[in-house]
Design a protein around this ligand. Structure first.
Ligand SMILES: C[S@@+](CC[C@H](N)C(=O)[O-])C[C@H]1O[C@@H](n2cnc3c(N)ncnc32)[C@H](O)[C@@H]1O
Length: 299
């Protein structure tokens, strides 16, 4: 990747660069001068609009919405014409009562509208291993159930960004394999108006088309990143996402050697995944400790 002229703390790998700085500065002083129209996928999980401060701090309410929309607008010139932006925003609760905050949803909607983007599809990342919470309402008073998903919005400048679901096919189920063998299918009209022919499911297309609910658990307690952070006494990122999430979008929305950008890199799951998939990548993380930890993904 092109090296920034400014002496920000950074590391390079064969495919990418990670910079320790606020993304607002990096976008203005490094990305805009060098990467106009060249980024194929912006994949980011910005700090969530929580009602209490997390380690990396966060804005709340209108301030949060305005800040994120401003960052979004500053990113638009970088995105190639058929490129995609995927933003994950976690759920939040209103302070002091068992009610769900609409801020994450409002933020996604405003982000899309203020940036003039199309919503290609909404995705849910479901984590079945998520611990029950918020503790007060779920574990103590037992008046709510555990909150175990986050939303991802796939957006783009055009209604038809580059995408191929053939690159994210899933293993067929056992039943499907049986169906291929028997060649028998209960054909005919369905209440949904689909008219299923008797050969509709007889062809093996190499895998099943996935749904927009991605199931992934963040339970890998033994990986190199965690081991090395513990060994070196570096804080483990509290909001890491499982590799399966960026992997899905990188595979479906980019081809080899194209550029993937994450402006809120955290432990740099996105960069590590892009590296593995032979994509070029640029990651930006403001927090020094998280930035240092993220290097261990590449050792
Ligand atoms: C939800 S976390 C991202 C987690 C990441 N996807 C992972 O798997 O590790 C959001 C990150 O954004 C960082 N951040 C917050 N404000 C930032 C800014 N202005 N520029 C760059 N990074 C920022 C935080 O320090 C935090 O690590």
């Amino acid at each position: 990747m092109i090296q920034p002229k400014i002496k920000w703390r950074r590391y390079n790998t064969p495919q990418g660069i990670c910079i320790n700085e606020k993304c607002e500065n990096v976008i203005k002083k490094y990305l805009i001068p060098n990467y106009i129209n060249q980024v194929q996928l912006i994949f980011s999980s910005p700090p969530f609009p929580l009602n209490r401060a997390k380690k990396y701090g966060n804005l709340v309410g209108e301030e949060y919405k305005n800040w994120l929309c401003d960052v979004g607008r500053s990113l638009l010139p970088l995105l190639s014409i058929n490129g995609s932006i995927v933003i994950e925003i976690g759920n939040a609760w209103n302070p002091g009562e068992p009610t769900f905050s609409t801020l994450p949803m409002e933020t996604l909607l405003e982000f899309k509208n203020r940036c003039g983007l199309h919503l290609c599809q909404e995705f849910i990342y479901y984590n079945p291993a998520r611990l029950p919470g918020p503790i007060q309402w779920v574990n103590k008073e037992r008046v709510r159930v555990k909150d175990s998903f986050t939303r991802l919005w796939w957006m783009s400048k055009t209604p038809n960004p580059y995408a191929s679901n053939k690159d994210v096919l899933e293993e067929y189920s056992k039943q499907m394999h049986k169906l291929f063998e028997s060649g028998k299918y209960n054909s005919g009209k369905r209440p949904s108006e689909h008219n299923i022919s008797n050969t509709a499911f007889s062809k093996n297309n190499g895998g099943a088309i996935p749904s927009n609910v991605i199931i992934a658990a963040n339970t890998d307690s033994n990986n190199q990143y965690l081991k090395k952070c513990k060994e070196k006494g570096i804080d483990i990122h509290p909001a890491r996402m499982p590799m399966a999430i960026p992997e899905f979008f990188i595979k479906m929305l980019t081809r080899e050697a194209e550029i993937v950008l994450d402006c809120f890199a955290g432990s740099n799951t996105t960069g590590a995944c892009a590296e593995r998939l032979n994509r070029n990548w640029i990651s930006i993380e403001a927090d020094k400790e998280f930035y240092i930890g993220s290097k261990y993904r590449f050792d």
